[in-house]
Ligand binder design. Structure first.
Ligand code: ADP
Length: 479
């Protein structure tokens, strides 16, 4: 190489280094701005909690009044923020796992319409639903995430509409499926049209800002739509209404799902009994996994830290280990390394509440066989365990054909297990345990977004002390 060529090569390297430095600085700056925004969002509800908690310490008799409600609402707001941020982080770090299943699209849409019709009528507005007969019957996609997208947009349509209607219109254009969610509500200012898709941005309209919200719903909805290969657009006229359109390519499945199990409860599995070791320092996590897996016939053992996990595994050589990553003493990864040596064919699932801990399974070199991020739903826990143990589930007997009512009831529009939760809510109402009701509603919100329309309506009745309406409303879910 001549001297000139060498100088030129150095210059190119310098320029590339300079560019890398600038983009790293820009990313760092954006991150700092984001963290400042985040801390502001967390500080406001935290301030209310601190302030009112101090007030209650000084004057406990205030407990029956406003402060407790403010504390609960602030805590609810914080918990929504955390859920939303986790979703955004999963998309951004590429750890969002899309679960492609074959499902019946018209059924999913009917469920949405049933749920939101109830919610709209509770707010005194009309709900319009139209579905193109040409949409495919069975499609392959992530039904849970599609539900989340529609729930976010339909909840907004109802939330930001005082009178008139909210509508869901589903159309098919070539292979594209269009979900159009429109309303006759307050609309969006032209200067806010792009900004509302950014985290924590709630637009400049005073009426909208007066309605509680986190400003994360649309950010998540757009990210999820993109992750599913689609796009989300909006048009709006202030004072007249808004129209959000989700377009995505939904592939029609050639046959209906073979899985007759949808909507039915799992009660066991085929094959010899399997043993599972669960290691976690959080007792409520241990309790949840125990309550889910023991009734299905798994022999479940627990450990509350890494050292205990290794000792228990040495005693019982379990078939499956569920290891929390951050535990006192040995970390989950260190335990996994020791268990692998103990029993190479053991199936190891790492569990973590931190999306950034995620490590994909590499068939050749990984120490683990699966990864689950908390908070997880019971369904995703069962799916992961099934993938690991490769056993076929046994389901509760399906209802006899003759028992099935022709019309869909609200209960059928909800996840399986709803009846059990609703009966608990009714019981809590009968004994007048309002705090218990709020706690149960918050638990359902955290478990599955599909409960949101039911829980928000129930919460509204309790807040307004309309217990007759509360019971009537909930009983419809037991029909
Ligand atoms: P949130 O509703 O929690 O504030 P979103 O991200 O879902 O968060 O929405 C961001 C903002 O966009 C809202 O605060 C509201 O100002 C505006 N917006 C969203 N949907 C609608 C709608 N259907 N009609 C009017 N404004 C809306």
């Amino acid at each position: 190489m001549t001297l000139m060529q060498e100088i030129e090569a150095h210059e190119r390297t310098d320029a590339a280094l300079q560019k890398a430095k600038e983009s790293a600085e820009a990313a760092n700056f954006a991150k700092s701005r984001y963290i400042v925004g985040l801390s502001h969002e967390f500080r406001t509800p935290l301030n209310s909690i601190f302030g009112y908690a101090q007030l209650l310490e000084r004057e406990p008799e205030l407990a029956r009044e406003n402060p407790v409600r403010v504390i609960r609402r602030s805590a609810e707001h914080l918990s929504n923020l955390v859920d939303g941020l986790l979703d955004i982080s999963r998309v951004e770090t590429g750890t969002l796992h899309l679960n492609q299943t074959k499902f019946c699209l018209p059924d999913l849409l009917d469920q949405m319409a049933d749920m939101f019709r109830i919610q709209a009528s509770g707010r005194g507005i009309e709900f319009r639903y139209r579905c193109d007969p040409g949409i495919p019957q069975y499609v392959v996609a992530d039904d849970k995430r599609l539900r989340q997208i529609l729930i976010n947009l339909l909840s907004n349509a109802i939330k930001y509409t005082k009178q008139g209607y909210a509508a869901l219109d589903v159309r098919r254009r070539n292979h594209l499926t269009e979900f159009v969610i429109s309303d006759s509500g307050m609309g969006i200012l032209p200067e806010d049209m792009e900004m509302i898709f950014h985290p924590f941005e709630r637009g400049g309209m005073a009426h909208a800002r007066a309605i509680p919200g986190t400003g994360l719903g649309l950010t998540i909805t757009r990210l999820l739509t993109k992750a599913m290969g689609g796009d989300l657009t909006v048009t709006s006229t202030p004072g007249e209404g808004s129209c959000f359109t989700v377009r995505m390519l939904l592939f029609a499945a050639m046959s209906e799902p073979r899985d007759e199990s949808l909507g039915r409860n799992i009660c066991g599995y085929i094959g010899e009994r399997l043993s599972i070791l669960i290691a976690d320092d959080n007792p409520s996590h241990l309790d949840l996994v125990h309550r889910t897996l023991s009734p299905l016939g798994f022999a479940v053992r627990f450990a509350q830290d890494g050292t205990e996990a290794v000792a228990k595994a040495a005693e019982s050589l379990p078939d499956i280990a569920l290891l929390d990553i951050s535990m006192p003493g040995l970390t989950g990864w260190e335990v996994a390394a020791q268990l692998r040596l103990m029993r190479p064919q053991m199936k190891i699932m790492m569990v973590s509440g931190n999306a950034h801990d995620f490590q994909a399974v590499d068939q050749d070199g990984s120490i683990h066989d699966a990864f689950l991020i908390k908070p997880f739903t019971i369904q995703s826990l069962l799916e992961s365990v099934q993938l690991l143990c490769k056993r076929e589930w046994i389901y509760e007997a399906p209802p006899r054909q003759a028992d099935k009512p022709a019309q869909k009831t609200p209960a059928q529009a909800m996840p399986s297990g709803t009846r059990y939760h609703v009966e608990q809510l009714i019981h809590l109402g009968q004994i007048g345990y309002v705090h218990g009701i709020y706690a149960k509603l918050a638990e359902l919100d955290a478990e599955n977004a599909a409960y949101k329309p039911m829980t928000s309506q129930a919460r509204l009745y309790v807040r307004q002390f309309q217990f007759d309406d509360y019971f009537r409303f909930l009983k419809a879910y037991c029909a």
